[in-house]
Ligand binder design. Structure first.
Ligand code: GLA
Length: 406
């Protein structure tokens, strides 16, 4: 049964790759590419966790992944809301004679199920990586043609989260390919969060929300303020690509501007504070990408700023947006449940600058009084009337929560 289903999904992918031609007798012609089962409700707020790629790339093994789980549980990150430990590319080597995916036995000698059990024993959730093509970006076996089989394997292992990449997909249709894996996951018997990683290349805003829980909007992030290189993009370049996407996201469907670089060493602490603030403003998944076993105090303080995390996790689920831009000076605003606003005064320039947000920019009357909490310094300004201003450091973000007085 599973074999036929897998063949049907394979045909569907191929036929949609050649859309709009519908091959008679194909899964598409039979309407099999419909997502009959509902998307599990596992991302009411943006997912929070850790992923191995940004720091370790392919240099992973079970000791490092266990170490990340240990650190997440003991550092306070778990208490701050981080949940998922996600292994990215390079955990897999081949398929066995039955086509079942095989983990690298030298690097993961206890096997993936034992690793998942260990992560679960810490009260955390476990995520894994695959690719919609023949091979992953790192040249390991992808899931093309094995979607149902792989989804079943993930469910057996106790996988809670799948990041699904887009390398080596040839002429395949992205919506169809991701839909097939979504069908397979929903058929697997386990609720698995589906994280789409096709880099925003195929208009995911038009289809990704029905397929998965989060979707990448750009190519890969780079641990740099403003220097992009090839397919990896600086923080500022990624940020600028998010400006018009705020309508697309909401509970159980999040824009993903890629994982965090906080703590990886390529930016200053001020820049990392801006990075974390802006990701919270964007209602982005907060997936740490540093070595959790070796965090300095500044990194801990950034990743565990509960006030900023509360903005990211706000139950209204409305992504913030840029409401003003004057050269290097920007104001970003996010409406919050209950009527508060999160505001970022963002200074991209090489010098500190005095900046101010007027209440009219927040859609409030100028005469309104509001309490303003600086989410980094923790200073509270009571009864601010009409506006709030602050000196913003170079490459910095002042992030505040503004509570109107009734
Ligand atoms: C792509 C993805 C990255 C990472 C690598 C792994 O580049 O966008 O996030 O998963 O592949 O090879």
């Amino acid at each position: 049964m599973n074999f036929f289903k897998q063949m049907a999904s394979w045909c569907a992918t191929v036929s949609l790759a050649l859309a709009p031609v519908v091959i008679p007798g194909s899964a598409q012609a039979h309407g099999e590419l419909t997502l009959e089962k509902p998307k599990p409700n596992v991302a009411a707020t943006p997912p929070m966790g850790w992923n191995s790629w940004n720091h370790f790339a392919c240099n992973i093994d079970e000791a490092k992944i266990r170490g990340a789980a240990d650190a997440m549980a003991s550092s306070g990150m778990k208490d701050a809301g981080y949940q998922y430990i996600v292994i990215d590319d390079c955990w897999q080597t081949s398929r066995d004679t039955n086509g079942k995916i095989v983990a690298d036995a030298a690097k993961f000698p206890s096997g993936i199920k034992a690793l998942a059990d260990y992560i679960h024993s810490k009260g955390l959730k476990f995520g894994i990586y695959s690719d919609a093509g023949i091979k992953t970006c790192g040249g390991r076996p992808g899931s093309r043609g094995h979607e149902y089989q792989d989804a079943k394997t993930y469910a057996e292992w106790g996988v809670d989260y799948l990041k699904y990449d887009w390398c080596n997909t040839g002429p395949a249709n992205a919506e169809a390919s991701y839909t097939v894996m979504a069908m397979a996951l929903r058929d697997s018997g386990r609720d698995i969060l589906f994280s789409l990683c096709e880099w925003g290349d195929n208009h995911p805003r038009d289809w990704a929300a029905k397929v998965g829980h989060q979707w990448r909007t750009t190519g890969d992030i780079r641990d740099s303020w403003d220097k992009s290189e090839g397919y990896s993009h600086s923080l500022l370049e990624i940020l600028d690509a998010q400006v018009d996407l705020w309508r697309d996201s909401g509970p159980n469907q999040w824009n993903d501007p890629d994982m965090l670089e906080v703590g990886n060493g390529g930016m200053t602490d001020t820049e990392y504070r801006a990075h974390f603030s802006l990701w919270a403003m964007l209602a982005a998944p907060l997936i740490a990408g540093n070595d959790l076993s070796k965090m300095d105090d500044a990194t801990r303080t950034i990743l565990m700023n509960k006030d900023v995390i509360a903005i990211d996790q706000d139950a209204l689920g409305q992504q913030g947006r840029r409401v003003a831009k004057d050269g290097d000076y920007e104001i970003w605003v996010r409406p919050l449940k209950g009527g508060d606003r999160a505001v970022i005064l963002f200074n991209r320039s090489a010098a500190a600058h005095d900046m101010k947000v007027d209440w009219e920019t927040l859609d409030w009357p100028a005469g309104l009084k509001a309490d303003v909490k600086d989410l980094w310094s923790k200073a509270v300004t009571k009864n601010a009337k009409g506006s709030y201003g602050a000196s913003v450091p170079s490459h910095g973000a002042v992030m505040v929560r503004v509570t109107p007085k009734t």
